[in-house]
Design a protein. Structure first.
Length: 116
């Protein structure tokens, strides 16, 4: 799921404020981004078409949570960059940056909770 930086900032505002009336979203975007009403609705429409949000009766809500969005983006990155191999990703990540004891313990906890 690819979205640009501006769309990401817009999505963050929706996740922070949802449910949000579309009119309130227009005012928010005018204040924060200097957007016109049409710009706000154009960006919103694109994100609705991508399945992130919905605008029903003038109320904007998410179809997927912020956490789910970032989970999907992370999975997509590992899949596209490392052929879906989490060990390859970790090897690349740690080749230039050492992990702290706390980080290692957290990774072990995550692995242990993911075991069958």
């Amino acid at each position: 799921m690819e979205i640009g930086e501006v769309q990401m900032q817009f999505a963050e505002r929706i996740w922070e404020k949802e449910p949000i009336a579309s009119g309130e979203l227009v005012k928010l975007c005018a204040d924060e981004f200097g957007w016109k009403k049409s710009t706000t609705y154009t960006v919103l429409k694109k994100l609705c078409e991508k399945g992130l949000f919905q605008n029903i009766d003038g109320v904007v809500t998410s179809l997927i949570s912020k956490e789910e969005f970032y989970t999907r983006k992370s999975e997509q990155f590992v899949e596209e960059t490392f052929g879906g191999s989490l060990p390859a990703f970790l090897a690349a990540f740690t080749s230039r940056q050492k992990l702290s004891s706390k980080e290692i313990a957290e990774i072990r906890r995550i692995i242990d909770s993911a075991k069958d």
